[in-house]
Design a protein around this ligand. Structure first.
Ligand code: FE2
Length: 291
């Protein structure tokens, strides 16, 4: 963190991404490596749904990981944008998991993926309009009441737009956060992907964000397919996303953890940690080789 020297009355500090801010999304093939190598991490993120059942190995891993670093439970199946409301059996399992683990952060997505009993197992985008803001905010409120604590919600990548949308994505996100009074998980790669797919300026997205609500930042890799960027999480973040991370982090107020997501074509654990370190703009002591 660097103090702003331009004005003595200006108390805002400029955040830089230090090695101490960095964390990873942990996937099953790396569980053993984490427990053996115990690298320095600011946050370890697990998919909540993989740990819903209270017996056995999956819960043991969470308890052991918590001895290494703070844990985030990152949900992918709550479907906060469902017009049917929430799946209460899913929510009960999340409450049970949170009561057992007491994670540092609990996150979900501003998306939908369920109609009735049909789950798409995907993070589908929503139309950007007032009715949907109210619906998502009500569902977030329901989750926060059930858990008795704040959740943070993440902006998603998108490849379609809706006729019903009558506002910008950033205004939609802002109003949900304010109405639901919840935290924000800012995924910079998702903002970048959407900016390219829908031809908007990232500065416009960022200038209206409620920075005090940003409690975690995601970075990931994407790939280009025909006329679209697709959020694939199968490679390192590109140089543009890394450069946006720098700009975004200088706006953050709470020094949120920055987490590298990697879900398919997983590298070795050492390479994953090296790519995570590559996000830092302040050099650190730990050194895992990228080559
Ligand atoms: Fe993300």
């Amino acid at each position: 963190m660097l103090a702003c020297l331009s004005c003595q009355q200006h108390t805002r500090t400029i955040m830089t991404v230090s090695i101490d801010c960095l964390g990873i999304g942990l996937r099953t093939p790396h569980y053993k490596d984490l427990l053996e190598k115990r690298p320095h991490l600011s946050l370890i993120e697990f998919h909540s749904e993989n740990h819903f059942y209270s017996n056995g190995h999956s819960r043991t891993i969470l308890h052991k990981a918590k001895e290494i670093a703070p844990i985030s439970l990152h949900g992918v199946g709550l479907s906060l944008g469902s017009a049917d409301g929430l799946d209460n059996s899913h929510l009960k399992k999340l409450v049970n998991l949170v009561d057992d683990i007491n994670p540092s952060l609990i996150s979900e997505h501003i998306s939908w993926g369920r109609i009735g009993n049909i789950h798409t197992h995907d993070l589908l985008p929503l139309p950007y309009c007032k009715d949907v803001i109210q619906l998502v905010a009500d569902n977030i409120d329901h989750v926060q009441q059930a858990l008795g604590r704040e959740i943070i919600v993440e902006n998603v990548s998108s490849y379609v737009s809706f006729e019903q949308s009558n506002m910008k994505e950033w205004d939609f996100v802002y109003e949900i956060l304010e109405k639901a009074d919840c935290g924000f998980l800012l995924d910079i790669n998702n903002v970048f992907v959407n900016s390219q797919n829908f031809n908007f300026n990232i500065e416009d997205y960022l200038k209206s964000l409620p920075w005090d609500r940003v409690k975690e930042v995601h970075v990931a890799g994407h790939q280009a397919e025909e006329n679209l960027l697709v959020d694939t999480h199968d490679r390192p973040a590109c140089s543009e996303v890394k450069s946006w991370l720098d700009k975004v982090y200088s706006q953050c107020i709470n020094k949120p953890p920055v987490l590298l997501e990697w879900d398919s074509s997983l590298p070795s654990f050492e390479k994953l940690i090296a790519h995570m370190h590559d996000l830092a703009t302040e050099p650190g002591i730990e050194n895992y080789a990228l080559a």
